[in-house]
Design a protein around this ligand. Structure first.
Ligand code: AMP
Length: 118
């Protein structure tokens, strides 16, 4: 059985967040510890703990996460300057919250794709 995280409470609006978007499939809110001028998390309303738990039935939901991230990038004014979409999985990916989330990062030069350990 999957264990809920703080993201489920944010989705249900039981705790506050800086929410930018919500529909029947996904919710987007600003990261509480932003790593770039724009740092938004796009999460499925349904709890999927890690990318390893996603299956073919989730394809519409996973696609919605991408198109909503694109819309928010435009709304935030970073569509032309560019951005990065990132989804961490497991220990090597340093996933901290076990409810999948797509990071939308932008508003500055983000450097090369993969950092060093630590
Ligand atoms: P990850 O390492 O991919 O699991 O990233 C988890 C992200 O969730 C981090 O960037 C955290 O800053 C962010 N986060 C944790 N709790 C909250 C919260 N209550 N509201 C917004 N973002 C959060």
């Amino acid at each position: 059985m999957s264990t809920e995280t703080i993201f489920s409470k944010i989705i249900r609006k039981e705790i506050p967040s800086d929410m930018l978007y919500q529909d029947d499939l996904v919710t987007a809110f600003r990261d509480i510890n932003p790593q770039a001028p724009v740092h938004v998390l796009v999460v499925p309303n349904k709890l999927i703990p890690t990318m390893n738990d996603a299956d073919a039935d989730d394809e519409a939901l996973l696609g919605r996460m991408m198109t909503v991230a694109k819309k928010i990038a435009a709304d935030e004014g970073i569509a032309e300057t560019g951005y990065r979409l990132l989804l961490n999985c497991g220990p090597d990916g340093h996933q901290e919250v076990m409810h999948i989330h797509l990071h939308l990062l932008g508003g500055r030069d983000l450097g090369r794709m993969v950092g060093r350990p630590g």
